[in-house]
Design a binder for this molecule. Structure first.
Ligand SMILES: Cc1cc2nc3c(=O)[nH]c(=O)nc-3n(C[C@H](O)[C@H](O)[C@H](O)COP(=O)(O)OP(=O)(O)OC[C@H]3O[C@@H](n4cnc5c(N)ncnc54)[C@H](O)[C@@H]3O)c2cc1C
Length: 350
Protein backbone atom coordinates (compact mmCIF):
# COMPACT_ATOMS: atom_id res chain seq x y z
CA UNK A 1 0.00 0.00 0.00
CA UNK A 2 3.05 2.23 0.35
CA UNK A 3 1.69 4.54 3.02
CA UNK A 4 -1.48 5.39 1.06
CA UNK A 5 -4.65 5.16 3.15
CA UNK A 6 -5.85 1.60 2.90
CA UNK A 7 -9.08 0.06 4.14
CA UNK A 8 -8.09 -2.80 6.40
CA UNK A 9 -10.30 -5.40 8.04
CA UNK A 10 -8.91 -7.02 11.22
CA UNK A 11 -10.44 -10.23 12.55
CA UNK A 12 -10.05 -10.73 16.31
CA UNK A 13 -9.61 -8.18 19.07
CA UNK A 14 -7.30 -10.10 21.37
CA UNK A 15 -3.86 -8.71 22.11
CA UNK A 16 -2.69 -9.15 18.51
CA UNK A 17 -5.69 -7.50 16.81
CA UNK A 18 -6.02 -4.71 19.39
CA UNK A 19 -2.35 -3.69 19.28
CA UNK A 20 -2.33 -3.91 15.49
CA UNK A 21 -5.47 -1.76 15.23
CA UNK A 22 -3.78 1.00 17.26
CA UNK A 23 -0.64 0.79 15.14
CA UNK A 24 -2.58 0.98 11.89
CA UNK A 25 -4.66 3.92 13.14
CA UNK A 26 -1.44 5.68 14.04
CA UNK A 27 -0.30 5.17 10.45
CA UNK A 28 -3.46 6.85 9.17
CA UNK A 29 -5.16 3.66 7.95
CA UNK A 30 -8.92 3.20 7.75
CA UNK A 31 -9.64 0.07 9.78
CA UNK A 32 -12.55 -2.06 10.93
CA UNK A 33 -12.08 -4.57 13.76
CA UNK A 34 -14.48 -7.51 14.07
CA UNK A 35 -14.63 -9.77 17.12
CA UNK A 36 -17.08 -12.40 18.36
CA UNK A 37 -16.42 -11.58 22.07
CA UNK A 38 -15.63 -15.17 23.04
CA UNK A 39 -15.39 -14.69 26.80
CA UNK A 40 -12.75 -17.37 27.36
CA UNK A 41 -10.36 -16.22 24.65
CA UNK A 42 -6.69 -16.40 25.54
CA UNK A 43 -6.31 -12.64 25.95
CA UNK A 44 -9.49 -12.24 28.02
CA UNK A 45 -8.26 -14.82 30.54
CA UNK A 46 -4.48 -14.14 30.49
CA UNK A 47 -2.74 -12.83 33.59
CA UNK A 48 -0.59 -10.46 31.53
CA UNK A 49 2.57 -11.32 33.41
CA UNK A 50 5.68 -9.65 31.96
CA UNK A 51 8.64 -11.86 32.84
CA UNK A 52 11.95 -11.80 30.94
CA UNK A 53 13.29 -15.09 32.37
CA UNK A 54 12.68 -18.65 31.19
CA UNK A 55 12.99 -20.95 34.24
CA UNK A 56 14.59 -23.81 32.33
CA UNK A 57 18.29 -22.97 32.42
CA UNK A 58 17.47 -19.54 33.96
CA UNK A 59 17.79 -17.96 30.51
CA UNK A 60 16.59 -14.71 29.03
CA UNK A 61 13.42 -15.19 27.02
CA UNK A 62 13.66 -15.05 23.22
CA UNK A 63 14.38 -11.46 22.05
CA UNK A 64 14.51 -10.29 25.67
CA UNK A 65 17.06 -7.54 24.96
CA UNK A 66 14.80 -6.07 22.28
CA UNK A 67 11.46 -6.61 24.04
CA UNK A 68 11.95 -5.57 27.63
CA UNK A 69 13.78 -2.21 27.40
CA UNK A 70 10.87 -0.84 25.32
CA UNK A 71 7.97 -2.73 26.86
CA UNK A 72 6.70 -0.45 29.60
CA UNK A 73 7.08 2.73 27.55
CA UNK A 74 5.15 1.03 24.72
CA UNK A 75 2.05 0.38 26.82
CA UNK A 76 2.38 3.66 28.76
CA UNK A 77 2.15 5.50 25.45
CA UNK A 78 -1.18 3.77 24.75
CA UNK A 79 -2.30 4.48 28.34
CA UNK A 80 -1.87 8.16 27.62
CA UNK A 81 -3.64 8.00 24.27
CA UNK A 82 -6.54 5.94 25.63
CA UNK A 83 -6.62 7.73 28.98
CA UNK A 84 -6.74 4.45 30.95
CA UNK A 85 -4.40 2.63 33.33
CA UNK A 86 -3.40 -0.94 32.45
CA UNK A 87 0.33 -1.45 32.98
CA UNK A 88 2.19 -1.83 36.27
CA UNK A 89 5.75 -2.74 37.10
CA UNK A 90 6.19 -4.98 40.14
CA UNK A 91 9.14 -6.56 41.96
CA UNK A 92 9.33 -10.26 41.05
CA UNK A 93 10.51 -12.75 43.64
CA UNK A 94 11.52 -16.20 42.44
CA UNK A 95 11.59 -18.53 45.45
CA UNK A 96 13.73 -21.57 44.73
CA UNK A 97 11.94 -24.88 44.93
CA UNK A 98 14.93 -27.02 45.95
CA UNK A 99 18.70 -27.05 46.37
CA UNK A 100 19.36 -27.87 42.72
CA UNK A 101 17.33 -24.87 41.60
CA UNK A 102 19.08 -22.65 44.14
CA UNK A 103 22.49 -23.62 42.81
CA UNK A 104 21.41 -23.01 39.23
CA UNK A 105 20.04 -19.53 40.00
CA UNK A 106 23.10 -18.65 42.14
CA UNK A 107 25.36 -19.47 39.22
CA UNK A 108 23.31 -17.37 36.84
CA UNK A 109 23.15 -14.36 39.17
CA UNK A 110 26.94 -14.20 38.93
CA UNK A 111 26.94 -14.40 35.13
CA UNK A 112 27.68 -10.90 33.68
CA UNK A 113 25.10 -11.56 30.93
CA UNK A 114 22.37 -11.64 33.61
CA UNK A 115 23.61 -8.66 35.62
CA UNK A 116 20.79 -6.37 34.57
CA UNK A 117 18.13 -9.06 34.97
CA UNK A 118 18.74 -10.94 38.23
CA UNK A 119 19.72 -9.79 41.68
CA UNK A 120 20.10 -11.06 45.20
CA UNK A 121 19.52 -9.21 48.46
CA UNK A 122 16.68 -7.28 50.14
CA UNK A 123 15.93 -10.41 52.17
CA UNK A 124 13.98 -8.32 54.63
CA UNK A 125 11.46 -7.56 51.87
CA UNK A 126 10.38 -11.21 51.82
CA UNK A 127 11.52 -12.62 55.19
CA UNK A 128 7.87 -12.62 56.36
CA UNK A 129 7.04 -14.95 53.47
CA UNK A 130 9.85 -17.49 53.27
CA UNK A 131 13.22 -18.44 54.68
CA UNK A 132 14.02 -20.29 51.43
CA UNK A 133 16.68 -18.82 49.11
CA UNK A 134 15.17 -16.52 46.48
CA UNK A 135 16.24 -14.30 43.58
CA UNK A 136 14.72 -11.05 42.35
CA UNK A 137 14.01 -10.73 38.64
CA UNK A 138 14.19 -7.17 37.28
CA UNK A 139 12.01 -5.42 34.66
CA UNK A 140 8.83 -7.36 35.52
CA UNK A 141 5.22 -6.35 35.78
CA UNK A 142 1.70 -6.95 34.62
CA UNK A 143 -0.41 -5.80 31.72
CA UNK A 144 -4.06 -5.76 32.79
CA UNK A 145 -5.07 -7.29 29.47
CA UNK A 146 -8.86 -7.07 29.93
CA UNK A 147 -8.71 -3.36 30.73
CA UNK A 148 -6.41 -2.76 27.77
CA UNK A 149 -8.69 -4.67 25.36
CA UNK A 150 -11.79 -2.91 26.64
CA UNK A 151 -10.22 0.52 26.25
CA UNK A 152 -9.21 -0.26 22.64
CA UNK A 153 -12.73 -1.57 21.96
CA UNK A 154 -14.31 1.57 23.47
CA UNK A 155 -11.97 3.82 21.46
CA UNK A 156 -12.79 2.07 18.19
CA UNK A 157 -16.51 1.82 18.94
CA UNK A 158 -16.65 5.61 19.38
CA UNK A 159 -15.09 5.92 15.92
CA UNK A 160 -17.49 3.37 14.44
CA UNK A 161 -14.56 1.05 13.72
CA UNK A 162 -15.52 -1.94 15.91
CA UNK A 163 -18.17 -4.58 15.33
CA UNK A 164 -19.25 -7.43 17.56
CA UNK A 165 -19.98 -10.32 15.23
CA UNK A 166 -18.74 -13.69 14.06
CA UNK A 167 -16.58 -13.47 10.94
CA UNK A 168 -17.51 -16.12 8.34
CA UNK A 169 -14.56 -17.02 6.13
CA UNK A 170 -16.85 -18.35 3.38
CA UNK A 171 -18.32 -14.88 2.90
CA UNK A 172 -14.95 -13.25 2.24
CA UNK A 173 -14.28 -13.11 -1.50
CA UNK A 174 -11.48 -11.92 -3.70
CA UNK A 175 -12.15 -8.98 -6.03
CA UNK A 176 -10.10 -7.34 -8.79
CA UNK A 177 -8.40 -4.97 -6.33
CA UNK A 178 -8.70 -6.61 -2.94
CA UNK A 179 -11.28 -8.42 -0.79
CA UNK A 180 -15.02 -8.05 -0.20
CA UNK A 181 -16.78 -8.91 3.05
CA UNK A 182 -20.40 -8.18 3.98
CA UNK A 183 -20.79 -5.86 1.02
CA UNK A 184 -17.70 -3.75 1.81
CA UNK A 185 -14.32 -3.65 0.07
CA UNK A 186 -10.93 -3.92 1.75
CA UNK A 187 -7.33 -3.62 0.57
CA UNK A 188 -6.23 -6.10 3.23
CA UNK A 189 -7.72 -8.56 5.71
CA UNK A 190 -5.59 -9.42 8.76
CA UNK A 191 -6.43 -12.55 10.74
CA UNK A 192 -5.64 -12.21 14.47
CA UNK A 193 -7.85 -15.10 15.54
CA UNK A 194 -5.78 -16.90 18.18
CA UNK A 195 -6.82 -20.56 18.09
CA UNK A 196 -9.51 -19.55 15.57
CA UNK A 197 -6.65 -20.08 13.09
CA UNK A 198 -7.57 -23.76 13.15
CA UNK A 199 -10.75 -22.86 11.18
CA UNK A 200 -9.10 -20.45 8.76
CA UNK A 201 -9.13 -21.90 5.24
CA UNK A 202 -6.16 -19.76 4.08
CA UNK A 203 -3.83 -20.19 7.04
CA UNK A 204 -4.78 -23.46 8.75
CA UNK A 205 -1.77 -25.17 7.20
CA UNK A 206 0.32 -23.27 9.77
CA UNK A 207 0.92 -25.79 12.53
CA UNK A 208 -0.71 -24.91 15.86
CA UNK A 209 -0.26 -26.81 19.10
CA UNK A 210 -2.87 -25.18 21.41
CA UNK A 211 -2.21 -25.43 25.14
CA UNK A 212 -4.90 -24.96 27.77
CA UNK A 213 -4.23 -23.16 31.03
CA UNK A 214 -6.10 -22.21 34.22
CA UNK A 215 -6.05 -18.93 36.10
CA UNK A 216 -7.61 -18.41 39.49
CA UNK A 217 -8.52 -15.14 41.14
CA UNK A 218 -7.82 -15.60 44.84
CA UNK A 219 -7.90 -13.72 48.10
CA UNK A 220 -4.81 -14.06 50.29
CA UNK A 221 -4.50 -11.85 53.36
CA UNK A 222 -1.20 -10.75 54.88
CA UNK A 223 1.36 -11.23 52.17
CA UNK A 224 2.92 -7.87 52.47
CA UNK A 225 1.84 -4.30 51.91
CA UNK A 226 4.19 -3.86 48.93
CA UNK A 227 2.68 -5.67 45.96
CA UNK A 228 5.04 -8.12 44.27
CA UNK A 229 4.90 -11.08 41.95
CA UNK A 230 5.82 -14.30 43.73
CA UNK A 231 6.86 -17.42 41.85
CA UNK A 232 7.78 -20.92 42.85
CA UNK A 233 6.87 -22.95 39.75
CA UNK A 234 3.37 -21.38 39.92
CA UNK A 235 2.98 -17.60 40.24
CA UNK A 236 0.90 -15.09 42.17
CA UNK A 237 0.40 -11.73 40.49
CA UNK A 238 -1.03 -8.71 42.34
CA UNK A 239 -4.15 -6.95 41.09
CA UNK A 240 -5.45 -3.48 41.92
CA UNK A 241 -7.77 -4.97 44.57
CA UNK A 242 -6.31 -5.29 48.07
CA UNK A 243 -5.20 -8.87 48.91
CA UNK A 244 -6.49 -10.18 45.58
CA UNK A 245 -4.07 -12.07 43.30
CA UNK A 246 -4.12 -13.96 40.04
CA UNK A 247 -2.81 -17.48 40.51
CA UNK A 248 -1.54 -19.63 37.67
CA UNK A 249 -0.86 -21.50 35.70
CA UNK A 250 -0.63 -24.97 34.21
CA UNK A 251 -0.42 -26.49 30.75
CA UNK A 252 -3.01 -28.85 29.25
CA UNK A 253 -1.81 -30.39 26.01
CA UNK A 254 -4.28 -31.74 23.44
CA UNK A 255 -7.33 -30.40 25.25
CA UNK A 256 -9.34 -27.57 23.75
CA UNK A 257 -11.90 -27.34 26.55
CA UNK A 258 -12.34 -23.98 28.26
CA UNK A 259 -14.49 -25.54 30.97
CA UNK A 260 -12.65 -25.22 34.32
CA UNK A 261 -12.22 -28.44 36.32
CA UNK A 262 -12.27 -28.57 40.11
CA UNK A 263 -9.13 -30.70 40.35
CA UNK A 264 -7.07 -27.98 38.63
CA UNK A 265 -8.37 -25.34 41.04
CA UNK A 266 -7.57 -27.57 44.01
CA UNK A 267 -4.01 -28.19 42.80
CA UNK A 268 -3.33 -24.48 42.26
CA UNK A 269 -4.90 -23.48 45.58
CA UNK A 270 -2.76 -26.04 47.40
CA UNK A 271 0.38 -24.63 45.73
CA UNK A 272 -0.53 -21.06 46.68
CA UNK A 273 -1.13 -22.07 50.30
CA UNK A 274 2.24 -23.84 50.31
CA UNK A 275 4.07 -20.83 48.82
CA UNK A 276 2.49 -18.21 51.08
CA UNK A 277 1.67 -20.16 54.26
CA UNK A 278 -1.69 -18.35 54.26
CA UNK A 279 -5.32 -19.26 53.80
CA UNK A 280 -6.14 -18.93 50.12
CA UNK A 281 -9.77 -18.30 49.12
CA UNK A 282 -10.98 -18.94 45.59
CA UNK A 283 -12.87 -16.03 44.00
CA UNK A 284 -12.97 -17.11 40.35
CA UNK A 285 -11.63 -19.83 38.07
CA UNK A 286 -11.18 -19.52 34.29
CA UNK A 287 -9.57 -21.58 31.62
CA UNK A 288 -8.43 -20.67 28.11
CA UNK A 289 -6.28 -21.94 25.27
CA UNK A 290 -2.94 -20.39 24.38
CA UNK A 291 -2.22 -20.10 20.62
CA UNK A 292 1.03 -22.02 20.99
CA UNK A 293 3.08 -22.86 17.89
CA UNK A 294 6.06 -24.84 16.68
CA UNK A 295 9.36 -23.70 18.19
CA UNK A 296 7.52 -20.81 19.85
CA UNK A 297 8.09 -18.46 16.92
CA UNK A 298 5.00 -16.40 16.00
CA UNK A 299 3.33 -16.39 12.59
CA UNK A 300 3.30 -13.04 10.79
CA UNK A 301 2.96 -12.15 7.15
CA UNK A 302 1.04 -12.20 3.91
CA UNK A 303 -0.40 -15.33 2.32
CA UNK A 304 2.03 -16.65 -0.30
CA UNK A 305 -0.58 -16.67 -3.10
CA UNK A 306 -3.67 -14.81 -1.84
CA UNK A 307 -2.30 -11.28 -1.79
CA UNK A 308 -3.96 -8.94 0.70
CA UNK A 309 -4.60 -11.68 3.28
CA UNK A 310 -2.34 -11.47 6.34
CA UNK A 311 -1.89 -13.46 9.54
CA UNK A 312 -0.71 -12.27 12.99
CA UNK A 313 -0.79 -15.19 15.39
CA UNK A 314 1.23 -17.73 17.39
CA UNK A 315 1.91 -15.53 20.41
CA UNK A 316 1.84 -18.60 22.65
CA UNK A 317 2.30 -17.86 26.34
CA UNK A 318 3.99 -14.48 25.78
CA UNK A 319 1.47 -12.28 24.00
CA UNK A 320 1.73 -9.30 26.35
CA UNK A 321 5.45 -8.81 25.80
CA UNK A 322 5.65 -9.95 22.16
CA UNK A 323 2.90 -7.61 20.94
CA UNK A 324 4.91 -4.52 21.82
CA UNK A 325 7.58 -5.58 19.35
CA UNK A 326 5.52 -7.40 16.73
CA UNK A 327 2.53 -5.06 16.26
CA UNK A 328 4.52 -2.09 14.90
CA UNK A 329 6.49 -4.57 12.76
CA UNK A 330 3.27 -6.06 11.34
CA UNK A 331 1.78 -2.61 10.67
CA UNK A 332 4.93 -1.44 8.88
CA UNK A 333 4.86 -4.58 6.77
CA UNK A 334 1.22 -4.10 5.75
CA UNK A 335 1.42 -0.37 5.11
CA UNK A 336 4.99 0.17 3.89
CA UNK A 337 6.12 -3.34 2.91
CA UNK A 338 8.95 -3.23 5.45
CA UNK A 339 10.30 -6.79 5.72
CA UNK A 340 9.39 -8.80 8.80
CA UNK A 341 11.94 -10.34 11.13
CA UNK A 342 12.92 -13.59 9.39
CA UNK A 343 12.20 -15.70 12.48
CA UNK A 344 8.52 -14.69 12.57
CA UNK A 345 7.84 -14.27 8.85
CA UNK A 346 5.64 -17.09 7.53
CA UNK A 347 7.72 -16.98 4.35
CA UNK A 348 10.07 -19.26 6.27
CA UNK A 349 7.72 -22.14 5.41
CA UNK A 350 7.59 -21.55 1.65
C1 LIG B 1 -4.23 -19.37 31.13
C2 LIG B 1 -3.40 -18.43 30.33
C3 LIG B 1 -2.51 -17.60 30.96
C4 LIG B 1 -1.73 -16.71 30.23
N1 LIG B 1 -0.90 -15.85 30.88
C5 LIG B 1 -0.13 -15.01 30.17
C6 LIG B 1 0.74 -14.12 30.83
O1 LIG B 1 0.79 -14.08 32.05
N2 LIG B 1 1.53 -13.29 30.07
C7 LIG B 1 1.47 -13.30 28.69
O2 LIG B 1 2.18 -12.54 28.04
N3 LIG B 1 0.64 -14.14 28.05
C8 LIG B 1 -0.15 -14.99 28.75
N4 LIG B 1 -0.97 -15.84 28.11
C9 LIG B 1 -0.89 -15.91 26.64
C10 LIG B 1 -1.64 -14.78 25.97
O3 LIG B 1 -2.92 -14.78 26.47
C11 LIG B 1 -1.63 -14.99 24.46
O4 LIG B 1 -0.32 -14.96 23.97
C12 LIG B 1 -2.45 -13.91 23.76
O5 LIG B 1 -3.63 -13.66 24.45
C13 LIG B 1 -2.79 -14.28 22.35
O6 LIG B 1 -3.52 -13.22 21.79
P1 LIG B 1 -4.20 -13.30 20.36
O7 LIG B 1 -4.76 -11.97 20.08
O8 LIG B 1 -3.23 -13.87 19.37
O9 LIG B 1 -5.35 -14.41 20.50
P2 LIG B 1 -6.74 -14.35 21.29
O10 LIG B 1 -6.60 -13.74 22.59
O11 LIG B 1 -7.27 -15.74 21.24
O12 LIG B 1 -7.65 -13.40 20.42
C14 LIG B 1 -8.33 -13.84 19.27
C15 LIG B 1 -9.64 -13.09 19.18
O13 LIG B 1 -10.25 -13.40 17.95
C16 LIG B 1 -11.61 -13.69 18.14
N5 LIG B 1 -12.02 -14.53 17.02
C17 LIG B 1 -11.46 -15.69 16.61
N6 LIG B 1 -12.09 -16.16 15.52
C18 LIG B 1 -13.06 -15.26 15.21
C19 LIG B 1 -14.06 -15.16 14.19
N7 LIG B 1 -14.19 -16.09 13.21
N8 LIG B 1 -14.89 -14.10 14.19
C20 LIG B 1 -14.79 -13.14 15.13
N9 LIG B 1 -13.86 -13.17 16.12
C21 LIG B 1 -13.02 -14.21 16.16
C22 LIG B 1 -11.61 -14.38 19.52
O14 LIG B 1 -12.87 -14.36 20.14
C23 LIG B 1 -10.61 -13.51 20.25
O15 LIG B 1 -11.22 -12.39 20.82
C24 LIG B 1 -1.81 -16.70 28.82
C25 LIG B 1 -2.74 -17.52 28.18
C26 LIG B 1 -3.53 -18.38 28.93
C27 LIG B 1 -4.52 -19.24 28.22
Amino acid sequence: MNNKVGRILIIGSGLAGSCLALELLERGQDILLIDNQFENSSSRVAAGLLNPIVPKGVRKTWQCDILFPALFSYYRRWEQRLNTHFIDSYPFLNIHANEGESLEWEKRVLDPEMEDWLRRGDESAYAFLTQEPATWVNHCGRLDVSTFLQSVQDHLTQRNQYRIEQFHHDDCAKTKDGWRYAGEFYDAVVFCEGIGLLNNPWFNDLFMDPTGGDILKVHIPNIGSNPMIIKQKQWLVPTHEADVYLLGSNFHKNNLSTEPEQKDAEALLARAAQITGQTVTLLAHRRAIRPTVQQRRPYLGEHHTEKGLFVFNGLGAKGSSLCAWLSPMMAENIVNHVPLDAEVDIQRFT
